[in-house]
Design a protein around this ligand. Structure first.
Ligand code: MN
Ligand code: MN
Length: 304
């Protein structure tokens, strides 16, 4: 019998769960975990409010995926609510890691809604070994430190590369890097695909290349920093950066990768205080299409 770990007692359930409906933990295949934390954010804060804003928006969006032929309403989802976060990042990430370990250990797929991007570090640690990470992001987040901090939303992918191995990380939608990050990526083999390459070669070709690169690893974790999108599609993010992906390209690549071996997924860096409502609505669309693709596992097959 799957055990609901003690770590999930640290979550406060929300009045409005994602997609409006939440099953019991035992019946669910996907477990939604909110991460209302933004204390290391360097520019525009407020992503701590995003789990609530995204759940709110999810109640007003159609649940049927035309792409995957799956209705999200019929997917077995349990929304356990928001993590009880504290000021201290290390302790907050420990709690997140423990809860992801419990969800993964029960044979379920954690779907995390941030909050700031550091959550990915805790989540991936919670999945144990043999995991590869796909990061959709305008930035590489590979700095060694930033403003004196070794763990923040600009350095977390570096810490992750050190922990799981740089060859297990692929970044997608890159267009804002420091010289140091670029050198680190090239020296260690963290692979990235710029928006320019994606536009030139197309979503299908890029997805195939990523899938080939990750095929030797058993588990796949996908993280979506919403600033991967062009600010025209997602104005309400912490660090907006032009020349971004358009929403269709993001969903095309994402759904082709979410079909097989998905062990977990997060969506981060939405800042409701800077949003018109567009970013939260896009976030819901992205999460729904990823869930539908993971459940249907049909998009990849259809494209073959
Ligand atoms: Mn970013
Ligand atoms: Mn990021």
């Amino acid at each position: 019998m799957p055990i609901r770990g003690d770590s999930l007692a640290l979550y406060t359930s929300r009045e409005k769960p994602l997609s409006g409906r939440s099953l019991d933990f035992e019946q669910a295949r996907y477990v939604v975990l909110g991460f209302p934390y933004d204390r290391t954010s360097t520019y525009r804060r407020g992503s701590a409010m995003a789990p609530t804003a995204i759940r709110e928006a999810s109640g007003n969006i159609e649940t049927f995926s035309f792409r995957s032929n799956v209705d999200v309403e019929e997917i077995a989802i349990c929304d356990v609510g928001d993590l009880d976060v504290v000021d201290d990042l290390a302790e907050t990430l420990r709690r997140l890691e423990a809860s992801v370990r419990d969800v993964h250990g029960a044979g379920k797929i954690p779907i995390l809604i941030g909050g700031e991007h550091t959550l990915t570090y805790g989540a991936v640690r919670g999945l144990g070994g043999d995991v590869a990470v796909v990061d959709f992001d305008a930035h590489l987040d590979l700095r060694d430190q930033y403003m004196g901090s070794r763990l923040s939303h600009t350095t977390h992918m570096r810490r992750l590369a050190e922990e799981i191995g740089p060859e297990r990380i692929v970044e997608v939608g890159t267009r804002a890097v420091s010289k140091g990050e670029l050198e680190y990526a090239r020296d260690t083999g963290v692979h990235f695909y710029s928006t320019l390459e994606i536009r030139r070669h197309g979503a299908e070709k890029i997805s195939t290349l990523i899938a080939q690169r990750l095929s030797k690893f058993r588990k796949r974790y996908i993280t979506i920093d919403m600033d991967v999108l062009d600010p025209a599609y997602a104005p309400g993010v912490g660090n907006p950066e032009g020349d971004g992906l358009e929403i269709g390209a993001l969903i095309d690549i994402l759904t082709m990768l979410a079909g097989a071996g998905l062990a977990g997924l997060d969506l981060v860096e939405v800042c409701p205080g800077y949003d018109t409502g567009i970013t939260a609505a896009q976030a819901v669309k992205v999460i729904f299409e990823a869930l539908a693709a993971a459940e249907g596992r049909g998009v990849e097959a259809d494209m073959a």
